[in-house]
Ligand binder design. Structure first.
Ligand SMILES: Cc1ncc(COP(=O)(O)O)c(C=O)c1O
Length: 458
């Protein structure tokens, strides 16, 4: 079948089973640009509108049921409507939602997080991971009195100007690997912001160390995701985080670990997993138990600047910072997330990565499986994926097709073809995803043969 006809047929079968979603998408488009309010949740021909979630199950408005391996972009580690989180939130809501005043639940969640994270003596709450990285960078500039930040090519740290740089730079315009360009994500990022950024290649210790040395006098912070999530769920190569820690210490640059996504990998996050303690840690997603959240954690030396009972302090406000509903949900989520549960879902993640690898090998399709712990991703490329430049060689049309074929078999995932395991899941759900992947890849193999024969082995 012609490649275009294959996709058209897929889209029309998808649309035929989802008349209500189609109708809702059209109506939403009258009042919301593109019918959505979040760029990543859109996919062609139109996204399924969801109406119900329980545990690992999602049900859409047309009554189709899915196993949710996306979990609101890695934020619902306990799946949907976890009974303890629901009970904690219901109890809080009956007593009001936010007070414009401190509340006990704030320090209880702060204490729970400080007890887990090696790099956290104190916590500051906000409402998103975006705010957390914005705050971390501002604080680093305030402390060091320097202005530049160093970020990794392919690194995503939220949607504020300072980090909307070189997230997905086109390979042709990304510059030499020894000195990657600062490529703005869109025209709205002003030139002076670009001047205050330095970009380095994730996982390349030699080049990154040289770049840090060249710019160290101006660098306030190095911001890095220890496991590069949106870049492709790429673990750090041995020595890379160690090098960042050593260089940051040597040049008195603050090292920020963005653990918004990867905190889930161990009880004490990636800093515990890899044994490297950053100066500042940004958190979000799972620590809110399914409610909007962000947090900045760090040493007393760094965080004491926020203390408002001093003559000079770093002012930071937010109407809903530390709101008791999020705090109650977050505390219930963290309490339920024991080391044993993390270990169990990490084992399931490993099983998933092994299962996907076996299916690809069996079908003789060349692709890479990346991930760590409860995270996994497929990249349709011949290159070993270790940074943005290798991940960017992955075929995006293939992952979109793969995702659609999974949806048709009741597997909900992100267009990027990543998967995460939630605590309600067991081996059965992993087995179902591996089996559905086998069916999807079998169905799309002729398309791959047609459009990218280099990915067919033998
Ligand atoms: C590593 C990382 N940092 C920051 C963010 C931004 O978090 P939020 O979407 O809560 O603003 C994300 C979101 O996906 C993320 O993955």
């Amino acid at each position: 079948m012609e490649p275009d006809r294959f996709i058209a047929k897929l889209h029309s079968a998808y649309a035929a089973r989802r008349p209500k979603s189609k109708q809702m998408h059209a109506r939403a488009g009258r009042f919301m640009p593109g019918g959505d309010t979040r760029s990543v949740t859109f996919y062609s021909p139109f996204p399924a509108f969801m109406k119900y979630g329980q545990g690992f199950t999602l049900v859409d408005v047309d009554g189709l049921e899915y196993i949710d391996f996306q979990n609101n972009y890695n934020s619902l580690i306990h799946g949907h409507a976890h009974p303890k989180i629901t009970a904690a939130v219901s109890a809080q809501i009956r007593s009001g939602t936010v007070y414009g005043s401190p509340a006990e639940s704030q320090y209880l969640l702060a204490e729970a997080l400080c007890r887990r994270l090696p790099g956290a003596d104190k916590i500051r709450f906000c409402n998103s991971g975006t705010e957390a990285t914005m705050l971390a960078i501002s604080l680093a500039r305030y402390i060091t009195r320097r202005h530049k930040i160093l970020k990794m090519e392919g690194g995503y740290h939220g949607s504020h100007d300072s980090v909307q740089i070189s997230i997905k730079p086109p390979l042709a315009g990304a510059g030499p690997i020894e000195n990657p360009y600062c490529v703005p994500e869109h025209r709205g990022v002003p030139p002076n912001i670009l001047e205050n950024c330095v970009v380095a290649p994730f996982n390349d210790s030699e080049i990154t160390a040289k770049i840090i040395s060249a710019h160290h006098r101006d660098l306030a912070a190095i911001i890095v995701e220890p496991v590069a999530g949106s870049c492709g769920m790429i673990p750090p190569l041995p020595g890379f985080l160690e090098m960042l820690r050593a260089m940051a210490t040597r040049f008195k640059i603050l090292l920020i670990f963005d653990e918004v996504l990867c905190f889930r990998l161990s009880r004490g996050g990636c800093q515990e997993l890899y044994g490297i303690v950053p100066d500042l840690t940004t958190l979000g997603k799972i620590i809110g138990g399914g409610f909007p959240v962000g947090a900045l954690a760090g040493s007393n030396t760094c965080l004491h600047h926020f203390a408002p009972n001093k003559t000079e302090f770093f002012g930071h406000s937010g109407t809903f910072n530390g709101n008791p509903v999020t705090m109650a949900a977050g505390l219930a989520a963290m309490t339920a997330l024991t080391a044993a549960e993390i270990d169990r879902i990490n084992q399931l993640g490993k099983k998933l990565r092994t299962g996907l690898r076996k299916v690809l090998d069996r079908l003789q399709i060349t692709a890479q499986v990346t991930g760590a712990g409860s995270l996994a991703q497929i990249h349709f490329t011949e290159r070993q994926v270790k940074d943005w430049r290798s991940a960017a060689t992955g075929r995006t049309d293939l992952r979109a097709i793969f995702r659609l074929l999974l949806l048709e078999q009741g597997i909900f995932s992100a267009t990027r073809a990543f998967f995460n395991i939630s605590t309600p899941m067991g081996p059965t759900q992993v087995h179902k995803l591996v089996a559905a992947s086998q069916n999807a890849l079998t169905a799309m193999r002729p398309y791959i043969e047609n459009t990218s024969p280099e990915l067919i082995a033998g």
